[in-house]
Structures are given as structure tokens and as C-alpha cells.
Design a protein around this ligand. Structure first.
Ligand code: NAP
Length: 250
């Protein structure tokens, strides 16, 4: 635990029904922020995240919606502002992957991965930025991936979306820097969530051999970086990509 105090801050975390997003939402709430827990398909899981936060004395509410759809993204920001009266932090975490070698990848596989990972983040940025500019403070954190920096066979769609998120981060960071709004990206390596659990033991062993720290990352490793980037101590950091990968692409 970092001891960072985010009391009074209002956050929306997209894709917070499970995996990294769920832990990010809980960790932000633990630091004192009020949190909108966005989900698309997993309503019951998202309700459990909200209950877990409120049972621990934190404040959270459910925000359903597919972030790749403009109306839903706009509504997620609007619902957060209406519910808490404001918004300070957006974590664009929602993501999917549809891995296939390029020659077998269909245009639909490409488009759907771009739509959730990149278009969804663009849309949420588009609708949150006016609020952050108006109040002359705010934090946006985009969940990229080491794959967006290094590429990975079988993930042309995912790597393109995650690299696109880095471009989006840097461009928007420059647009809003003078208004005291920071925009940064996180690039996690292999983090123990559903995405990593799906890999065979053999593949996991091969990956571990390339991680200098000799372990997969945890959602908590990522959540701590989110909390740091939301803190006052990170107020002069913008347009950056923070890699959280145990040294894998160092
Ligand atoms: P995960 O366990 O599969 O969870 C994905 C989350 O995204 C779920 O909450 C899911 O919600 C949500 N989501 C999917 N499509 C959505 C949509 N259209 N609208 C709103 N929410 C949507 O994934 P994870 O491993 O925690 O990954 C979280 C983020 O970190 C992703 O952006 C991923 O690319 C990135 N990342 C993960 C790793 C890793 O090793 N795990 C590494 C690098 C980067 P529903 O189930 O409710 O639809």
C-alpha cells in the first residue's frame, strides 16, 4: 500500500468487472476515491466489485455500457458526473484480444479488437476531457501493453490497438497539458488474469524464462501504478508510457 490519499477524487474505470480493472477500482477506492465501475457483459461480477468496495467502507456505483459505442461511452462519463457531481480520473482499461496469425485474422477480428481497446479509449477521452479542462485538473490513464511497444506474433490487431493507445496518449497529453490535465499510458507485461490463465503451461514456462524477475505481474502491481499516476506526486508526469513487466523488455 502506497499511503497515497485520493479522498474527494472521482474516478471512472472502464472494464472494471474483473481482472486488472476490478483491482484498479478497488485500489482507487481504498485510496479514498469514489469509483464508477464500468462493465459490458459481466454485470454480476461488476456488482460484486461494487459490493466489495462499499462493504469495505468505500464508495462505488455501477456504470454499464460497451465503451466502443459512442452513446454508451458518452453516457458512462455523463452517469459518473451526474452520480458524483464531477469526474477527476478516467482509467481506460477495457480491453479484449482475438489472437490469430495475420494470415488467418479476419477483418472482424481486427476491427473488434481496435474498437474496444482503441476506439473505446478515444471515445471516453473525448467525453471526459471537456470536464477535466473546465476544472483545470484531471488524470487519464490508458491501459496499453508491452505488446504495443514490442509487437507479438499472433497479436497484430491487439499490438496495433495498444500501439495506437500510446499515440493517443501522447497526442492528447500535449493538447491538455496547459490545463493541468495529465494523460499517461501503462504498458503491463504478463499479468495474472484471465488473459494469462488461458495460456498453456508450456507457453507460460517459455514466457517466464524471458522475465528477469522470474514471475508474472499481478493486477496489484498495475493498480499501484495507477494510484501513483493519480497522486499529487505525479502531477508533472504526462505523455509517458510506464512499463510494468518485471524487466521483460528492458
Ligand atoms: P480481462 O480479465 O479479460 O478483463 C477485461 C475487462 O474489460 C472486463 O472487465 C470486461 O468486462 C471489459 N470489457 C471488455 N469489452 C468491453 C467493452 N466493450 N466495454 C466495456 N468493458 C469491456 O482483462 P485484463 O487481463 O484484466 O486486462 C485489462 C486491460 O489490461 C486490457 O486493456 C488489457 O489489454 C490490458 N493488459 C492486460 C495484460 C495481461 O497480461 N492481463 C497485459 C497487458 C495489458 P465485461 O466482462 O463486463 O465485458
Amino acid at each position: 500500500m502506497s499511503g497515497i490519499d485520493l479522498s474527494g477524487k472521482i474516478a471512472l474505470v472502464t472494464g472494471a468487472s474483473r481482472g486488472i480493472g476490478a483491482v484498479v477500482a478497488c485500489r482507487l477506492a481504498e485510496a479514498g476515491a469514489k469509483v464508477g465501475v464500468n462493465y459490458h457483459a459481466s454485470a454480476d461480477a461488476a456488482k460484486m466489485v461494487v459490493s466489495s468496495i462499499t462493504d469495505s467502507g468505500g464508495e462505488a456505483f455501477l456504470v454499464g455500457g460497451d465503451v466502443s459505442q459512442e452513446e454508451a461511452a458518452e453516457s458512462a462519463i455523463k452517469q459518473t458526473v451526474e452520480h458524483w457531481g464531477n469526474i477527476d480520473i478516467l482509467v481506460n482499461n477495457a480491453g479484449i484480444n482475438k489472437d490469430r496469425l495475420l494470415m488467418r485474422m479476419t477483418p472482424d477480428d481486427f476491427d473488434s479488437v481496435m474498437d474496444v481497446n482503441l476506439r473505446g479509449a478515444f471515445l471516453c477521452c473525448k467525453y471526459v476531457i471537456p470536464h477535466l479542462i473546465k476544472q483545470r485538473s484531471g488524470r487519464v490513464i490508458n491501459m496499453s501493453s508491452v505488446v504495443g511497444l514490442s509487437g507479438n506474433p499472433g497479436q497484430a490487431n491487439y499490438a496495433a490497438a495498444k500501439a495506437g493507445l500510446i499515440g493517443l496518449t501522447k497526442a492528447v497529453a500535449r493538447e491538455v497539458a496547459s490545463r493541468n490535465v495529465t494523460v499517461n499510458a501503462l504498458a503491463p507485461g504478463y499479468i495474472t488474469t484471465g488473459m494469462v490463465d488461458e495460456l498453456t503451461e508450456d507457453t507460460q514456462a517459455k514466457i517466464l524464462a524471458n522475465i528477469p524477475m522470474g514471475r508474472f505481474g499481478t493486477p496489484e502491481d498495475v493498480a499501484e501504478s495507477v494510484v501513483f499516476l493519480c497522486s499529487d506526486g505525479a502531477s508533472y508526469i504526462t505523455g509517458q508510457v510506464l512499463t510494468i513487466d518485471g524487466g521483460m523488455i528492458a
